[in-house]
Ligand binder design. Structure first.
Ligand code: ARG
Length: 476
């Protein structure tokens, strides 16, 4: 088989070594961006006087036909296709004859693959961003509709203080807002053009790199060719951003899983997002949420995997870098399922306000009781101790703090009085926390406005996440 780099070789590659070396089975996903990059390169070659306008037209026509084949899933691979780049160049030569052989002038697969990957990453970022917005919108909708519902807030997973359910939903909105900001920032850094860097030293032809950048939608051109061909920072950043998104969703999932258990019964998942047991007829399992928790672990693994590949690499391109794609593709695919699934779970679950309020223990108002004493002039540290004694006394008498007789309170301290028992009002406790960012209803309304404003100002670049090119014709 005719390899594109076969000139200096007399013997063929061992078939298993060929298989080992080839990346077509996974890098075919770069086919569309590879064609885009090549069309821009052909134009730049013409501008540089390397090929004629007629040759440019022939090459662009060939590449456009190839794009149609790719999109229709009709691109036929040859056994000699080592990777997406060689496959497309081979097909171009079949379609255009020797002129196709001029396309790779002054270019290396090293700057080509870095360019393709950057183009692909920018699109992946936009897809993930659009899906993230779906989850954010689902959280805002819940915060709006669940406005007056109270539940216990937990620290150390012990009941701590009452909170508004809306406040809790929004506590999962803001991490995703930071994730979207992070994606926007890494998108900027990814959109830097490596093409023109050649193998490592730069192309020797008078290529207008700014023209190339404009053609491909890049904001800047790479300042150093050696760095440009081996820079995989954006891939690593993408994997980090993705892992953190997954961790945020995993933490939400963990709570929702607990809340679906019979012991809590705070929420019920829709049938559309739960599964049954093959043995136990009564079971309704939160598999979608468990998978979210589990897949977040796999995503952390992909990030550490790529970082490990990068860590000891010598200067410029090394074949190790071919290992960059699988984790990035897999992570992107995972997110494009995980995010809409989590959005669906949030939108369709049923909240049980009765169960939430019934779970509220009056002891969650112990801080409010201490604050009541503070208002009467007792130093907080002392008030804390007095209320602590009351909690212990209630425990000893096997009652709850709100049922402890006033006489008992008064025997602990004369600072307790008839107003003491009025503190035991969960709604009043929440309402007092109207500080900006707090769980008070007025503060949560302001927060809701801020969340809506974020959604409004952080527009997605494509409203419906576009489907990717089907994996066609690579036999994988
Ligand atoms: N398939 C290779 C990759 O994904 C393309 C670059 C190959 N460059 C080379 N000099 N062999 O990294």
């Amino acid at each position: 088989m005719a390899k594109l780099w076969g000139g200096r070789f007399s013997g063929g590659l061992d078939p298993i070594a060929w298989e080992y070396n080839a990346s077509l089975s996974f890098d075919w996903r770069l086919a569309e961006v590879d064609v885009r990059g090549s069309i821009a390169w052909a134009k730049a070659l013409m501008k540089a006087g390397v090929i004629t306008l007629d040759e440019q037209h022939q090459i662009v026509k060939g590449l456009t036909d190839i794009l149609a084949e790719i999109r229709a899933g009709q691109f036929v691979h040859a056994p000699s296709d080592e990777d997406v780049h060689t496959a497309i160049e081979r097909r171009l030569t079949e379609l255009t004859g020797p002129v196709g052989g001029k396309l790779h002038t002054g270019r290396s697969r090293n700057d080509q693959v870095a360019t393709d990957f950057a183009l692909w990453l920018v699109e992946a970022v936009d897809r993930v961003d659009a899906f993230l917005k779906l989850v954010q919108s689902a959280l805002v909708e819940r915060a709006e509709s669940d406005m007056d519902i109270l539940l216990p807030g937990y620290t150390h997973f012990q009941q701590s203080q009452p909170i508004l359910l809306s406040h809790w939903w929004l506590s999962h909105f803001w991490p995703l807002a930071r994730d979207r900001q992070r994606l926007a920032q890494l998108r900027e850094r990814a959109a830097v053009l490596p093409l023109g860097s050649g193998a490592l030293a730069g192309t020797p032809f008078p290529i207008d790199r700014q023209f190339l950048a404009n053609q491909l939608g890049f904001k800047a051109i790479s300042p150093n060719s050696i760095d440009a061909v081996s820079n995989r920072d954006s891939a690593a950043e993408f994997l980090f951003a993705a892992a953190l998104i997954a961790i945020h969703l995993s933490r939400l999932s963990e709570m929702l899983i607990l809340y679906t258990s019979a012991e809590f019964g705070f929420i019920e998942l829709s049938d559309a997002y739960s599964t049954g047991s093959s043995l136990m007829p009564q079971k309704k399992n939160p598999d979608t949420l468990e998978l979210t928790r589990g897949k977040s672990g796999t995503m952390i693994g992909r990030l550490t995997g790529l970082l490990s590949v990068l860590k000891g690499l010598p200067s410029a391109y090394d074949k190790d870098l071919q290992e960059d794609k699988i984790p990035v593709f897999e992570t992107s695919d995972t997110l494009c399922l995980m995010l809409p699934v989590v959005a669906g779970v949030i939108k369709t679950l049923k909240v049980r306000p009765d169960r939430m309020e019934a779970a509220l223990n009056p002891a969650t108002l112990a801080t409010d009781l201490a604050d009541y004493l503070v208002k009467k002039g007792v130093p907080f540290r002392e008030a804390h101790g007095l209320v602590g004694k009351a909690v212990r006394r209630a425990n000893d008498l096997e009652t709850t703090l709100d049922r402890l007789p006033l006489a008992e309170f008064e025997s602990i301290s004369p600072a307790f009085d008839a107003g003491t028992l009025q503190v035991f009002d969960f709604h009043a406790s929440v309402a007092r926390r109207d500080v900006p960012g707090g769980t008070g209803p007025a503060a949560v309304q302001v927060q809701l406005q801020q969340a809506r404003a974020f959604l409004h100002s952080h527009k997605v670049r494509s409203s419906v996440p576009p489907a990717e090119t089907p994996h066609g014709g690579d036999g994988s």
